[in-house]
Ligand binder design. Sequence first.
Ligand code: 15L
Length: 268
Amino acid sequence: MDRVLITGAGGGIGSALRETLRGIYPVLRVSDRVPLAPARDGEEVDQTDIADMAAVERMVEGVDGIIHLGGISGENSWEKILEGNIIGLYNVFEAARRAGTRRIVMATSNHAVGFYPRAQIIDHRVVPRPDSRYGVSKAFSEALASLYADKHGIGFLCTRIGNFGTRPIDSRRLAIWVSPRDYTQLVRIGLEHPEIRFEIVYGVSGNQRSWYDNSNARRLGYRPQDDSEPDAAQILAAEAGGPKDPIAERYQGGTFCADEYDAPTPPD
Ligand code: 15L
């Protein structure tokens, strides 16, 4: 990989990867729709709204690999999801195909499968159970990646990211937390592994409380170094006795499942 593009480079994950991937590839092109800090050595800075296909074509020109983090990163109106995560996503994959990009690491999400109960361990082969319009857009991203892998031979690593941060922030995140260094390791596998065609993995650290069988990531060489467990006692003590929503507590997606929920009975 000579030139690697990060979309959504101004967000939390993008700005962290801008640091951890600095100097790993000869050129890191960082892009966002908002202005970014000026380019340093080995960087190119771009400003693109991914809903604009002509701009996306310029953004991907000459890149070997893409880390696609751009778009809407949580629940939102259908109009915003449609623009950022359906049309914007299509523009990035289609422009990458036209430009001959070889690899894409895709930020999908735990919310593509958020309606699986916490009592169930799931792997990369389960069918999507989105918990929000946002989760549906992430299931769409996995389907579009599958099409572009099968039909056009672009290699995709779809990372169902849990919760990215330096520390886990609550009890749900104890199961789905991913540290910056572990996510960086996964991204590098996505860009550098010689045999990736279409793979789904969970973007989580090696958490003892995980709801995921992440053996597919392990098979590809992922060896997470972090675990949320050292923070568990403090987080659980802080939450003890606090209000609990039964739907949020029952399913992996938490409040994404409970928001707007009005079914007469909870799903299995
Ligand atoms: C996500 O997919 C979001 O991008 C992030 O903002 C968090 O909400 C995360 O999931 C989570 O589930 O904690």
